[in-house]
Design a protein around this ligand. Structure first.
Ligand code: ZN
Ligand code: ZN
Length: 223
């Protein structure tokens, strides 16, 4: 049914429309179709897509077969988007193989198959748009990467790790351990201060205080 709706609208001069009349209906005849076309619309997903109007290169063979016209070959272009790890802009070459049979009206394929399961030759014309956009969309990566080794973003501060360098990091700790570490650190500092003090002037109270500090975290931990 979809094919008939398109019939009046197919334009033989449109970039993604092929005219099969030059091919003839004799099975085995073949034409090479090499064209630069513009993407009829944005093709792709949120993170990466071939933009509308971007160049697509068709390198196809159009062959006459019993049932209709077989289109094989490649469609290539450049997708644009951003890296799913570091969010940097990226350009992703896309090259996708196409194999599509366009059935003749009243061919066995058309009379025995549901209309939405095959494509048709309509008034001697083939509309490649859907086949090309579907194939390109399927070829795009779900998780595009600027490079396979992309290090992504620092989960703490969000800086791209490729820019920050391998030494980049943050002192991070579970808040419970962080509290413990802080009190242990102050205990160590108190002790260190006590040791550097001249022994003669060392007050017994400071020794007692550092012992208390040592003991406190242990009590916390046991609870
Ligand atoms: Zn990246
Ligand atoms: Zn960071």
């Amino acid at each position: 049914m979809a094919a008939y709706r398109h019939e009046s609208r197919l334009d033989a001069a449109a970039a993604l429309v092929l005219d099969t009349r030059e091919l003839g209906r004799r099975p085995g005849s073949m034409r090479v179709v090499q064209r630069e076309v513009r993407a009829p619309r944005r093709i792709g997903l949120d993170l990466v897509a071939v933009p509308a109007d971007a160049a697509l290169t068709l390198d196809l063979r159009m062959e006459s077969v019993m049932e209709g016209v077989l289109i094989t070959g490649t469609v290539s272009g450049i997708a644009e988007g951003e890296c799913s790890r570091c969010l940097e802009p990226l350009h992703e070459p896309v090259s996708v193989h196409l194999t599509e049979l366009y059935a003749y009206p009243n061919s066995a394929t058309e009379t025995t198959t549901d209309a939405d399961e095959f494509r048709s030759v309509v008034a001697d014309l083939i509309d490649l748009e859907e086949a090309v956009t579907d194939a390109v969309a399927l070829a795009l990566p779900l998780q595009p990467l600027c490079s396979p080794e992309c290090l992504g973003l620092c989960p703490t501060c969000g800086v791209p790790l490729a820019i920050a360098g391998t030494g980049h990091g943050h002192e991070t700790m579970d808040p419970r351990w962080a509290a413990l570490a802080t009190s242990m650190q102050s205990a160590v500092l108190t002790e260190a201060t006590a040791v550097t003090e001249p022994t003669g002037e060392r007050e017994p109270s400071s020794t007692v205080a550092s012992r208390t500090d040592h003991g406190a975290p242990t009590d916390v931990e046991e609870k």
